[in-house]
Every structure is written in structure tokens, then in C-alpha cells.
Design a protein around this ligand. Structure first.
Ligand code: NAD
Length: 268
């Protein structure tokens, strides 16, 4: 088994990375950051997101393991005091995995014949800063509404606890391959009207956003920002590809949500 280690740049993560490298060498694991079978991330959810994009081309061959250096994250299960347990799990690995849906984003630009294609693990957003964003929204190819406001967010189920949640979106169990569309600061008055509630889109449907043509849109894909090109249309759908995590043990999704957002302050 080939192991890749992907750490953020804090001193703590670097120290853990070096510790892990020593332990893996002692146990004769092959370390390979270029074509790994398992990628161990050290940091937080943001580090896992970065690792996901770094290994985007190899998702079919890779399983991820997230070690967190702070709080339990949504993509990071293992604590620093559990590194020896993690190594034992890797030694008895039999390929066990849990897979989560991803978001396919196709961006058609004016004056460009081929669309740019992106993949997101949490979400993609389209925003206009300073001025109102005006965009037509289609679901499954049918016109749904004309949006005016700051922007729109399309999230995956595992991304539903991230930006989507801050926007009032629902938390979706990752076994449901559904997309969620949420509004960012929509205008609603006698002239302009939007649905004003999050929409959950079925796995075979797709969302299209056609902004009014200007080039001052920001598109975000997880941590990445794309800016400055005249966007004609963006299509969002559930990807055929998935991210896989090595499933050596399982934290139930609702337990994770409870731990992250509620805590035990109301337990009797
Ligand atoms: P970051 O590291 O500051 O992450 C922001 C926070 O989001 C962290 O607390 C992280 O643990 C949490 N997070 C990330 N993915 C999550 C998930 N799937 N479920 C629950 N929490 C999650 O910033 P970053 O590394 O640039 O992360 C990018 C992410 O930040 C984006 O994908 C977006 O979801 C999120 N974000 C949130 C807001 C907001 O809530 N208002 C605004 C912008 C971006």
C-alpha cells in the first residue's frame, strides 16, 4: 500500500507529518505522494479540501483519511492521540471505503467554444460583489425564476454542513445524492421575487444559472475562486465521480452533526 501525506503548513501539522513518516518507515510502508493509494491529511476540513483538489485526477484510485489537529471536522475523523491505532488499521486494510457525492460544474463562457469543467466537494457559488447579481435559474432545463441578490450557492450533501448551512440550507445526509440550491442575500419586494427557500434537487436533475452578461462575477469552488471571464451559463449536477474515505471505523453522520453544532450542553 502506498501512502501519501498531505499536511497544512502549521508547525504542528509539520511535526505530526514527520512523526508519521518515521512510523511508516519503521513499519515498511511505501511513501508515495505522487500516486498514493491512501492520502492522509493533517490539519482541518480545509486541508482535506485542498488535498481533494490536489488529487482530483486520481480519485478513482485513492482513499482519504483525515487526521485533525484541532476540533473533530466533517472530513477529519482521527485525533492526534490515535495515530498508532490508525497505523494498525492501515496494516490490516482490506479496501473498506465510504463514498460521498461530488458536484460537477460546467462553465460556458462567452467567446469560448468549450466549457470549463470543475469538481467541488463542498459547494460552488456564483456571486457579484458591490452590485446586484441578476441571473435566470433553470431546473432540469426549465425556467424556474429570475434571481436578484448577492449570489447563489449549490452544495453537495457533505457540503450541506458548510457554507450552505450558514445560508439557511438544510443539512442533508450524504447517502442522499441530492444537490441543494441556496440564495445569498436575495432581493424580495414588490418588483423582484424569488422562492426564498433552499431547494433540494433530485439526483437526475440539474441546475442551470444564466447570469446577466458582465464579467464581474466571482465563482467559488470550495476554496478556489474564478474571476474575470464573461460567464454565459453554469450547469451544476451530481457527478458520476465520488470521493472515497477509508472506512476503518464509522462516526454516524448525525452524531458528527450533533457533536459539531450542538455539543453536549443539553444532555441530562
Ligand atoms: P476555512 O478553513 O476557514 O473553513 C471554514 C470553516 O468551514 C471551517 O471551520 C471548516 O471546518 C468548515 N468546513 C469546511 N467544510 C465543511 C463541511 N463540509 N461541513 C462543515 N464544516 C465545514 O476555509 P477554507 O479552508 O477556505 O474552506 C472553504 C470552505 O469554507 C468552503 O467550502 C465553504 O463551505 C466554507 N465557507 C463558509 C462560509 C460561511 O459559512 N459563511 C463562507 C465562505 C466559505
Amino acid at each position: 500500500m502506498k501512502i501519501g501525506i498531505f499536511a497544512n503548513e502549521t508547525k504542528k501539522s509539520m511535526r505530526i507529518k514527520n512523526e508519521l513518516i518515521t512510523k511508516f518507515k519503521e513499519r515498511h510502508f511505501i511513501l508515495d505522494d505522487t500516486h498514493p493509494d491512501i492520502v492522509i491529511t493533517i490539519g482541518g476540513d480545509g486541508t482535506l479540501l485542498s488535498a481533494f483538489h490536489s488529487y482530483e485526477d486520481q480519485l478513482e484510485n485513492i482513499r482519504f483519511v483525515g487526521v485533525h489537529t484541532g476540533h473533530l471536522g466533517f472530513y477529519t475523523d482521527w485525533r492526534l492521540d490515535e495515530l498508532d491505532d490508525l497505523i494498525i488499521s492501515l496494516q490490516s486494510d482490506n479496501g473498506q471505503a465510504i463514498a460521498y457525492p461530488l458536484l460537477d460544474v460546467s462553465v460556458h463562457y462567452r467567446n469560448q467554444s468549450k466549457p470549463d469543467k470543475f469538481l467541488a466537494l463542498n459547494e460552488a457559488t456564483l456571486k457579484r460583489i458591490g452590485m446586484t447579481m441578476a441571473a435566470d435559474v433553470y431546473i432540469g432545463g426549465d425556467f424556474f425564476e429570475r434571481f436578484r441578490g448577492d449570489g447563489l450557492c449549490v452544495s453537495t450533501p457533505t457540503g450541506s454542513t458548510a457554507y450552505n448551512k450558514s445560508l439557511g440550507g438544510a443539512v442533508i445526509h450524504p447517502s442522499l445524492a441530492a444537490l441543494q440550491l441556496t440564495e445569498i442575500g436575495s432581493l424580495n419586494n414588490l418588483v423582484y421575487r424569488t422562492i426564498s427557500s433552499p431547494l433540494i434537487i433530485a439526483p437526475n436533475d440539474w441546475i442551470t444559472i444564466r447570469p446577466n452578461q458582465t464579467s464581474d462575477y466571482f465563482m467559488t469552488l470550495d476554496q478556489k475562486t474564478v474571476y474575470g471571464k464573461e460567464i454565459e451559463e453554469i450547469m451544476f449536477k451530481i457527478s458520476k465521480r465520488k470521493i472515497r474515505f477509508a472506512k476503518y471505523r464509522h462516526t454516524a453522520f448525525w452524531r458528527r452533526v450533533q457533536t459539531a453544532f450542538i455539543g453536549d450542553s443539553y444532555e441530562n
